[in-house]
Structure formats: C-alpha cells, structure tokens
Design a protein around this ligand. Structure first.
Ligand code: DPX
Ligand code: MG
Length: 590
C-alpha cells in the first residue's frame, strides 16, 4: 500500500506533485538507476560501498551512472564513517552495504551521523522478496524467519527508515527517505531486496532541489524574535556563543550577520570551532568552562545574556556539569525551536530565526561591552618557543610544528583523545576549517572520516591528528587514501596508550600494544601505492617530515610522532578530573 505524507514546505509540495505527475507510464528505469539519479541530484559525486551478494546488482546499477563514482572501503564501519566525513564537506553522503553482516557494522557510524546531525543515506541490500514469508532460512541473517529486525533497528538511529518490497513503491520511498535526511540533517536508511535493484520503476521526475529546510510558523517566529531582541537589548553584557548544530542547520552566515549587528563578543563551543572566524575583531575564544581558551570563560560567565546558537550542553562540553549558562540568562536556539530565558517557541527554525533576529538587531545600536571586556583582560598568547631540535619530541613542539602547516586552505581534523585539546589550542587562519566528532566520540572515527572528507574536498590541505589507540580501530582505511592518491597529512601521536582515559581513570586497560605505525604504510603501498610513513622522535626529525609531507602530492603521509605517555595538555588533565568526578557521582537516594 502506498502512503502519502503532507509536504512540510511550499517547495516540497511543488516537487511532490512534479514527481507524481511528470512520469509517463512508459518512462521507466531500474530502481538502482532511480536511486543513482537522486544521489546525483542531491549533489553527490561519490558514494561509498562494501560489496556483498545482497547488494551486487544494486552496485552494478549505481555504476551505470557515470556522474557518481563508487568508492570502496575496507569494512562497513569505515564505509559509514567515510560517508559521515564526506557529508561534513559536501552536505550529504551515501553508503551501500550488504544485509546484516555489513549493515550492523555500519550502524555505529550511522549513529555517529545522527549524533553529529549529518545527512548520511545508508542503503542496504536485503533478501530476495520470494524468500520473505516462504519459510526459508537465509545466510547473513540471525538464522530465524524474521527479516524485519534490521529495519526496526535502523529506526532508532535514523530519522526515516524504509524497506522497498515492491518496485512500484520504490520512487516514493526513496524520495521520502532522501527528503527526510536533507530536511532533518540526520541519517536515513533504505533497504532494497537483491531481486529489486534491477527491477523497473517510474523514472525520476525533474528535481530542482530536495534541500530546502522547513519553514517556521510565522507567528511563533515573530514572537521568538520579539522576545529575543528585547532580551538582548536590555542586556548590559550580551554575548553570542556558536554551537555545533549551527552548520548542520544552515545558520553559519546568519549567525555572523547577527553577531555583527549586535556587535558583542562571540565565543565558540569546541565542536563549533571554525564556525566564526578566529581573526574577527569580535572573536573572544573557545568556551569550554574552566578549560576555555585564555580570557574567554570569565567573559562568557559574566555575560548577562548569552545567545547560544545550536549548542550541545552535555557532560563533556559542560566539563562534568561544572559550566552551563543559566537558563534565565540564555537564549537557546535549537534546530527547530527557541527558548528565551526558559520560554519555548516551537516550530521556529534556526536559520530563519537568526536571519530575522539579525534584521531586527540592525535597527538598534550595537553593544560591544563583552568585546571591550575581553580586550581589557586578555593575555596576549606568546608564540610557543621552538624546542631544542635534537631533544626528544614533546607534545608542545609537535603542536607548534603542526600549527605551522595550517593555512587558510587547511581542514584540521582531530580525533577523540588529547588531539581534541591540541586541536582546540590551534589558531585557525581565515578559511581554515575544523572537524571533530565530540558528541558521539567514537575513537577511530577520524581515519575513515578523513578519507571521506578528502574525497569531497580535493583542493584543501587535509591535516589529521590522531592518537595511537584510536588509529588501531580503523587504520585500514589509510589504504584507500593510498589507492586514490589523496595527499592527506596524518600526525599519528604515539604516546603508548589511551592517555585521555589515563587522565579520567587509569588502569592496565589503558596500555596498548605498540605498532610500527610509520612502517604500516609500506604494507598499504604494496606494489603500486605512494603513501609515505615517516618517524619523528625529535623536533628536527619532525620538521624534516613536515616538509616532506607538504611536498608529497601523490598519496598520504603518515608522520608517527613519538611523545611521552604522560605528555598531555593541561586542559585534558583538568577536564579529565572533572569528567571523572561526574562519572563517579554516587546514586541518588529518592
Ligand atoms: C578511549 C580513548 O591513543 O588518544 O590522546 O592517547 O588519549 P590519547 P588515543 O587515540 O586513545 C584514545 C583513548 C579508549 N575512549 O584515550 S578517548 C573510549 C572509547 C571510545 N570509543 C570507542 N571505544 C572506546 N571513545 C569506540
Ligand atoms: Mg594514545
């Protein structure tokens, strides 16, 4: 049975009827080709895949579309993360896996895309429709007659999960899922039986765009803007705080306009680093409670009105619940609602709200009190001193040299671990970007995500900082960077263990087996690759390796930086002890 949903926007309504009416019955394509066209129409130039017999015909069909290249990964977890990284640079992504053995691995990365608000389309091949209900046991399944579990599991980690069971319904279900992903900025799941990928369905109608976001309720939007602008106007020390959801929900430009209209200080949350230019005169730093960048937390915490745009206040970002702006001082802008000092305005979408508030703010004089306050109290950061080139490499010297490799065309990607804090301390020149997966925090995310990101942004200089422990989860995907000649720079921080966990709670489980990380590149190169693996145990060795990496354009360069196990940032030490205290709270009595 076909179901219909009411399109939530005018443009979607037009598209809905265009798709429904423009196909003549004679105009048919395969389901796989339909899907390929839609992926192309939403701006994908690549999709990621791992082959399996339930998806082989689908992969053949997708290959027929020469405008969307098929890119292979070593396993489905990496495939999902590669798509997650691609979506960061490209706005959306897709990955194709086989039933259960593949999809269940991909689910972890899809959950990451959910947590990080990234529209990743997970497509899974599935059993032949003739086997459903026929009492047949099938390979790659639980060995039961239940073939719905994967769809049901997918519902928990996506905003829309559809299973095609008949060719006629394929266009509707594919469009429904893709539209949901793009409008909600969340992953979706599409299941296609192995005998349907090549079956015929209606040809895709013309599609100007799936991309428009839903429209706010006009009365609610106006009320929210009135309340927020009155709140900001009466503030003595207003401040803006950029949050991680700002980019996913299209608010980065509107946020900057609002900031310039209000004229106040602007701080960024860790996962929003780069969403407001660090060289801007109103920029006051990265806010992370007691481990904020110098001079920032005093200004944020003494502000009497904080507009937090797309924030995520969790145990990590509040430093173990020790720092969260008080509700009565806060305008909290969620993707689909706004709270002004605790009063909620529903159906108000982030980008529209920030745009409308900026227009209103332009009519009043600005209030630079928090910029002035920051400038008065700021301590000019002195550039870190160059270490003795022959001394054992330290974290500080490693960061000083990585900073030198960052220009306005760089994307710095930082893995969970002390790389987070090293990354927070880096200065981003105008144009530089920063990627982090701090809500989900899956170690190993960064290697495949960097691979995906690099494919989507071939003209950028991609610099990855990843710890040894994280690298061990997903190291294989470096071979795909070798395969596709991607000149990614990987700084592999070998501190012989899970140092972030050491700072939270130490034990033997934080020690890991050492690897020859630089040596691994020779294995990935085999006979035809051009990756470089270099070792740096001193500042001089690192300087030489960085020069070689910058010049090397035909493959990745992995620089294994050996530092002491306890050589970590002071921010990690303080943050770790506060998170440990939050983790260790005893159960409350009723
Ligand atoms: C764990 C973390 O070596 O970085 O700088 O040494 O900490 P540092 P490494 O990459 O180690 C990472 C390690 C084990 N977290 O310190 S942050 C727990 C964890 C996680 N994700 C998954 N498993 C365990 N975050 C998938
Ligand atoms: Mg480590």
């Amino acid at each position: 049975m076909l179901t219909t949903t009411r399109p939530r926007t005018k443009q979607a309504a037009q598209q809905h009827s265009a798709t429904a009416n423009s196909n003549s019955p004679a105009s048919t394509v395969t389901i796989g080709s339909y899907l390929a066209t839609r992926l192309e129409q939403i701006g994908l130039k690549h999709h990621f895949a791992v082959a399996g017999d339930y998806n082989l015909v689908l992969l053949d069909q997708l290959l027929l579309n020469g405008n969307v290249s098929q890119v292979y990964c070593c396993n489905e977890l990496n495939c999902g993360f590669a798509a997650e990284g691609y979506a960061r640079a490209n706005g959306a992504a897709a990955c194709v896996v086989t039933y259960t053995v593949g999809a269940l691995s991909a689910f972890n990365a899809i959950a990451s895309a959910y947590a990080e608000s990234l529209p990743v389309i997970l497509i899974s091949g599935s059993p032949n429709t003739n086997d459903l209900g026929a009492g047949h046991l099938l390979h790659h399944t639980l060995g039961t007659l239940n073939f719905r579990y994967q769809l049901e599991m997918a519902r928990h980690i996506t905003c829309e999960a559809v299973a095609i069971t008949h060719p006629e319904e394929a266009p509707f279900l594919i469009d429904k899922a893709i539209r949901a992903a793009l409008q909600n900025r969340k992953p979706v799941y599409i299941e296609i039986p192995c005998n349907l990928s090549g079956a015929l369905c209606s040809a895709p109608g013309p599609r100007a765009s799936f991309l428009e976001l839903p429209e706010s309720d006009p009365a609610s939007l106006a009320a929210a803007v009135d309340a927020a602008s009155a709140f900001l106007r009466k503030a003595v020390r207003p401040l803006l705080l950029a949050g991680p959801r700002l980019r996913s929900y299209g608010g980065v430009n509107a946020f900057r306009e609002l900031a310039e209209a209000v004229g106040c200080g602007v701080a960024v949350m860790p996962s929003a680093k780069g969403f407001f230019p660090e060289e801007h005169t109103q920029f006051i730093g990265l806010y992370l409670g007691s481990v904020s960048s110098p001079g920032c937390s005093a200004v944020v915490e003494s502000a009497d009105a904080v507009l937090a745009a797309g924030p995520i206040f969790n145990d990590y970002t509040t430093v173990g619940w020790s720092s969260q702006p008080a509700v009565h001082k806060t305008i909290h802008v969620d993707p689909d609602r706004v709270h002004v000092a605790g009063v909620t305005y529903n159906d108000v979408f982030l980008r529209e709200f920030l745009t409308a508030l900026a227009e209103t703010a332009k009519k009043s004089p600005g209030n630079p009190a928090t910029v002035t306050q920051f400038q008065r109290t700021r301590v000019e950061a002195c550039p870190p001193a160059r270490a003795d080139p022959d001394a054992p490499l330290t974290r500080a010297e490693m960061c000083r040299q990585i900073q030198g490799a960052i220009n306005g065309n760089t994307t710095l990607i930082v893995e969970t671990g002390d790389s987070w804090f090293n990354g927070f301390n880096m200065a981003l020149p105008d144009g530089a970007e920063f990627e982090i997966e701090m809500q989900y925090g899956h170690i190993g995310w960064s290697v495949p995500a960097t691979f995906g990101y690099a494919l989507a942004a071939p003209d950028r200089r991609i610099v990855l900082m990843v710890g040894d422990g994280s690298f061990q989860l997903t190291a294989q995907e470096v071979c795909q960077m070798v395969r596709l000649n991607l000149p990614v720079m990987i700084f592999l921080v070998n501190n012989r263990g899970y140092t972030i966990e050491v700072e939270i709670h130490d034990g033997p489980y934080n020690n890991i087996k050492n690897w020859d990380y630089a040596g691994i590149m020779a294995i990935f190169n085999s006979t035809d690759g051009d990756g470089r693996g270099l070792r740096a145990a001193t500042g001089k060795e690192l300087a030489g390796a960085v020069q070689e990496a910058l010049a090397h354009k035909t493959g990745p360069t992995l620089i294994e930086c050996t530092i002491d196990r306890d050589d970590c940032t002071k921010q990690l030490m303080e943050w770790g002890s506060r998170v440990a205290a939050a983790n260790g709270r005893p159960p409350q009595r009723a």
